[in-house]
Design a protein around this ligand. Structure first.
Ligand SMILES: Cc1ncc(C[n+]2csc(CCOP(=O)(O)OP(=O)(O)O)c2C)c(N)n1
Ligand SMILES: [Mg+2]
Length: 633
């Protein structure tokens, strides 16, 4: 079904008024629609037996849809989004975006509106949703503070090239520059929102006339498809204005294919390297986005290659596959460095190899031939072949490599965890906790990992379950990303095969530090509201431990700004949300018990794992150069 969604998104679509609902593609299974007046105190999901959840269960009493020929701008936007196969819009409501929510209610549940706790949470939900579906994520916010709160989330999508459409309300055009509340028109000394968002988007426009909507929408969607956010600023009066019958949005096909000579160049290098020695492939997250895992595996087998993965691509080649030799970069494994050092050719596939993925590898990479295949050239010099469709390119390369010499399976390497200094502080060791989580994680789980020592430990130690995604927001590395992103992912899975999810126990799993939790962890409320299958694991070391470790290593351990008074997170969350199972895990046994309880639950679960703030994480710069200054985690 994921393929179908992505495929649907890739095809050229014409979104046209007046085609009638029956002419639209079938909708995804509904998650939680907005409550009607009669369901104020309980959620739709908890009230409605699964067997009875069908189209129209509660929507009959809603606002009648406006007459088809006289549709509002907001209706046109929502229908265009629906026709792309997008099932959810994430946002926070407000006076200048409420018409969009009204349009969502009027769509007969083709698209569901989700209210987040913070616009950063909503933006990361859209980002997580897009990373799971391979299509577009959509976020909505009101003007002023709501719009400003989007910035950090959109910046992550921009840097990580995740297609997101941001719909941002604005005061009415008649009040622009005339003291409107939350005016960001750039007039009369106000903030210039177009300039602001242009910096962090592939396309940004203020829609000043309803007649311009189709053109802006079309450009915005096309730009987002190239990888990153597109922003439409929608003044309140424009949202309410009518579009005419000729409203049409042509969505261009997503770019695909590869440069004509590219694969030939790489094929020749591969053939020469096979005669000379060993090949190492380092795979990045474009492999996941292009759904090219099978082709990567085929190429690795045909070329008898060792395979490493970028830190945000642990799901593209599981640790138990032949030839896996670890994670690249600052949170990675020495076996991969050795493999590259002794290789005849290293091929980077779908990764630009930023510093987090390159730390520790620079010397080895400068001593061997390096080639690359992917949407954009890496940050280091390589023989590069552009490919916007790794599924096709890797498939072709695998077929060509299959005619080479036979595979020497005995020469394949394995990886080992980095040896860490013994830590005697309170709680569970990172490695033990991560291995317990791995042991109890259902197949197909999507894992979202946050920043800090917690993140480094998970990237290093966690063997990722098959069938799910493993996401670390390395674009901006912003704390708190994982909470919203996992919720967006759960909605994406819910929209496709929710019943199957329940059967297989597929869950979204957040692993975050207590600092990240304090920033954006209250999005657990959104997961609870929609009864989403998300496990929130918070490693509570009562510290911004990565900053604490840096104080100790690089600033002579003379003080700490980053060690906090103890907090009982599970007890607190449990008291705050009585219907949310919340487990403290002070020991490894308690963690196993909590994970077992989580596996038996079909909604959200919160687990706080006590950890030691003084435990050294498997983060390479902390081990190789304790006197280093100015390294950025
Ligand atoms: C939004 C944001 N602010 C600051 C940082 C810098 N930073 C990196 S890790 C870290 C501490 C993380 O603390 P916590 O989430 O508790 O994880 P821990 O290191 O304790 O495991 C900070 C402040 C960041 N990455 N993102
Ligand atoms: Mg912490």
């Amino acid at each position: 079904m994921l393929h179908t969604l992505a495929g649907r998104y890739r095809r050229t679509r014409t979104v046209r008024w007046g085609t009638g609902l029956e002419g639209h593609p079938p909708t995804a299974t509904p998650a939680t629609p907005p409550r009607s007046k009669t369901s104020r105190s309980r959620t739709w999901r908890s009230m409605t037996p699964r067997s009875k959840r069908s189209e129209g269960t509660i929507m009959g009493t809603g606002t009648p849809r406006p007459d088809r020929g006289r549709r509002r701008v907001v209706d046109a936007v929502v229908d265009a989004v629906a026709d792309l196969g997008v099932g959810h819009i994430f946002g926070v409501d407000g006076a200048n975006i409420e018409d969009l929510y009204d349009a969502l209610f009027a769509t007969a549940r083709r698209v569901h509106g989700v209210v987040a706790k913070h616009e950063f949470g909503a933006a990361t939900m859209a980002d997580g949703y897009a990373r799971i579906t391979g299509g577009l994520g959509v976020v909505a916010a009101t003007s002023g503070g709501g719009a400003m709160n989007l910035v950090a989330g959109l910046a992550e999508s921009y840097t990580s090239q995740v297609p997101v459409l941001a719909l941002i309300g604005q005061p009415p055009t008649t009040l622009e520059g005339r003291g409107a509340f939350q005016d960001s028109s750039g007039q009369a000394g106000t903030i210039h929102a177009v300039r602001l968002f242009t910096e962090i988007s592939r396309y940004c426009a203020r829609v000043q006339h309803p007649g311009d909507l189709a053109d802006h929408l079309q450009r915005a969607i096309a730009a987002a498809q190239t990888g990153g956010p597109a922003v439409l600023l929608l003044p309140k009066d424009i949202q309410q204005a009518r579009v005419d019958d000729t409203f049409v949005v042509h969505v261009p096909p997503r770019r695909s294919g590869h440069d004509p000579g590219g694969p030939t160049r790489i094929r020749e290098l591969l053939a020469a390297a096979r005669r000379a020695g060993k090949i190492v492939l380092v795979a990045g997250d474009q492999v996941a986005r292009d759904d090219a895992r099978d082709q990567l595996r085929a190429l690795a087998a045909a070329a008898d290659a060792a395979v490493g993965v970028a830190p945000d691509a642990k799901d593209v080649y599981p640790a138990d596959e032949p030839g896996f030799c670890g994670v690249a970069g600052s949170m990675g494994h020495p076996e991969l460095v050795d493999a590259v050092r002794h290789s005849a050719l290293c091929v980077l596939i779908g990764t630009r190899l930023p510093v987090t993925a390159r730390t520790g590898l620079d010397a080895a990479l400068s001593a061997v031939p390096v080639a690359s295949i992917g949407a954009a050239p890496p940050y280091l010099p390589t023989v590069h072949a552009t490919s916007l469709d790794l599924r096709q390119t890797l498939g072709e390369l695998a077929a060509a490599a299959a005619s080479g010499p036979a595979v020497d399976a005995a020469a394949r390497k394995r990886w080992t965890p980095r040896r860490m200094p013994v830590s005697a502080g309170p709680g569970v060791r990172y490695r033990e906790a991560v291995e317990a989580i791995a042991a109890m994680m259902p197949a197909g789980s999507d894992v979202f990992v946050d920043a800090g020592n917690t993140g480094a430990a998970v990237v290093h130690h966690l063997p990722v379950p098959r069938g799910g995604r493993f996401v670390v927001a390395l674009g901006m590395g912003g704390m708190g990303y994982s909470f919203g992103a996992a919720i967006g992912a759960a909605f994406a899975r819910t929209g496709e095969d929710y019943g199957a999810n329940r059967e297989h126990g597929r869950r979204a799993v957040v692993i975050a530090g207590d600092g990240a939790f304090y920033m954006h962890g209250l999005e657990i409320h959104t997961a609870l509201e929609h009864h989403l299958p998300v496990t929130f694991l918070v490693f509570n070391n009562n510290a911004h431990a990565m900053c604490l470790t840096r104080e100790q290593l690089f600033y002579h351990d003379r003080y700490s700004f980053n060690r906090f008074r103890p907090a009982r997170l599970a007890e607190g969350v449990g008291a705050m949300f009585p219907s949310l199972p919340a487990h403290p895990a002070r020991t490894l046994d308690e963690l196993f018990d909590a994970l077992e309880a989580a596996a038996a639950t079909d909604g959200p679960v919160f687990i706080a794992v006590d950890c030691d703030p003084d435990e050294m994480p498997p983060f390479l710069p902390f081990h190789t150069d304790p006197r280093a200054r100015g390294q950025t985690p």
